[in-house]
Design a protein around this ligand. Structure first.
Ligand SMILES: C[S@@+](CC[C@H](N)C(=O)[O-])C[C@H]1O[C@@H](n2cnc3c(N)ncnc32)[C@H](O)[C@@H]1O
Length: 341
């Protein structure tokens, strides 16, 4: 029998070892946690100064920074002195699209990724198998408030960028009142209200998230047009608004739980109300830009949900008494609009 020899392709080998390594993500995480990039906004600085400013051990910080620099994140301008690069700029807290909070690598998540094999073998979220409870229930415990905060900030850290792409793609201003269902700390809803002065919004989220959201909204520029309420979107949603938004919520849940959310929204909708879903859709084929497929794996391991195709959304809507009325692709997420049947 002929033996098929493995193809020797050095470029692919190198690329694969870069994609598979976990060193860069962990090094990046700690560099974000110590706010390193914020200390380079005025130009290059010696590592000793950076270590002093961040409360770190200078030789170790040097080792981490030079490893990142060889991947284009920071540059060593002269021995022991580092500067920002285009790849390092978004690590600044003051960057308009800052990713400083984006990938928190919290221990309960990291442990779950270490047991991803459980998800592959059983189809169940590794998170629940390890921690004995679902993702969002786990973080309601008061002693986990800091991780709950980090999760929320990470979910919403992409919102400035998403707002930039999603707002021009849909006529948000045609709705005077909006309920943002599972709206978190409200970065999306308040960003929307800032651009549409005649709109008002209610943000619904879990009570412990809503408490923080209230403070954040109260301190912002649209406090007089935005209310925050704590509740459970599986149970009920504030009634009678012109629009209901579900942004990056449904992919966290399997069809049964997602159907419950949609039915609660449907029950709250007036005949002329509309539902707007903003998510990364999953599409057929090997498209390198398909964020939906990558988010789908996160949903599998952590949440027990999944990213959906447009057809899967249509079926989910139909089962909840809704029908899709529009779909708009944007450079980031897709906007799906649905109305009551
Ligand atoms: C992935 S985050 C999305 C946040 C926000 N929509 C956004 O895109 O920025 C999912 C949100 O659902 C909220 N959530 C989870 N379970 C909930 C429940 N039973 N009732 C209300 N909100 C819930 C979480 O607290 C979280 O804010």
């Amino acid at each position: 029998m002929a033996v098929r020899r493995a193809r020797l392709d050095i470029e692919s080998y190198v690329r694969l070892t870069e994609l598979a390594d976990y060193i860069v993500p962990f090094a990046l995480r700690v560099i974000c946690d110590i706010g390193l990039a914020d200390h380079l906004v005025d130009g290059p600085r010696p590592v000793d100064e950076l270590a002093e400013a961040t409360g770190t051990h200078a030789p170790s910080l040097h080792r981490a920074l030079r490893a990142l620099a060889c991947r284009g994140i920071f540059t060593e301008t002269e021995p022991g002195t580092f500067a920002l690069t285009p790849l390092a700029e978004p690590l600044r807290a003051d960057h308009p699209f800052s990713v400083q909070e984006c990938f928190p690598l919290m221990p309960p998540d990291v442990m779950s990724w270490g047991r991803m094999d459980h998800s592959l073998r059983t189809g169940e979220p590794a998170f629940e198998a390890l921690h004995g409870t679902g993702y969002y229930d786990y973080f309601t415990a008061p002693e986990r408030a800091e991780d709950a905060r980090r999760f929320e900030l990470s979910s919403e850290s992409v919102n400035p960028f998403v707002l930039r792409t999603v707002l021009p793609a849909y006529d948000w201003g045609s709705m005077a009142t909006l309920v943002d269902v599972g709206g978190g700390y409200g970065t999306f809803a308040t960003g929307l209200l800032e651009r549409h002065p005649h709109m008002s919004a209610t943000i619904l989220d879990q009570p412990h998230i809503a408490e923080v959201a209230k403070e954040k909204v109260a301190a912002g520029p649209v406090a007089d047009r935005c209310t925050v309420t704590g509740g459970d979107f599986f149970e009920s949603v504030p009634a009678g608004a012109e629009g209901y938004l579900l942004k990056t919520v449904l992919h966290d849940w399997d069809d049964e739980r997602a159907g419950q959310i949609l039915r609660a929204v449907r029950a709250a909708m007036a005949p002329e109300s509309r539902l707007v879903v903003v998510e990364s859709l999953r599409e057929d084929g090997d498209d390198a830009d398909d964020v939906g497929k990558v988010m789908d794996v996160k949903a599998m391991v952590l949440f027990g949900g999944h990213a959906r195709t447009q057809e899967e959304f249509d079926a989910l809507f139909a089962a909840a008494g809704l029908r899709r009325s529009r779909v708009v692709a944007t450079p980031t997420m897709t906007v799906l609009e649905a109305r009551a049947v």
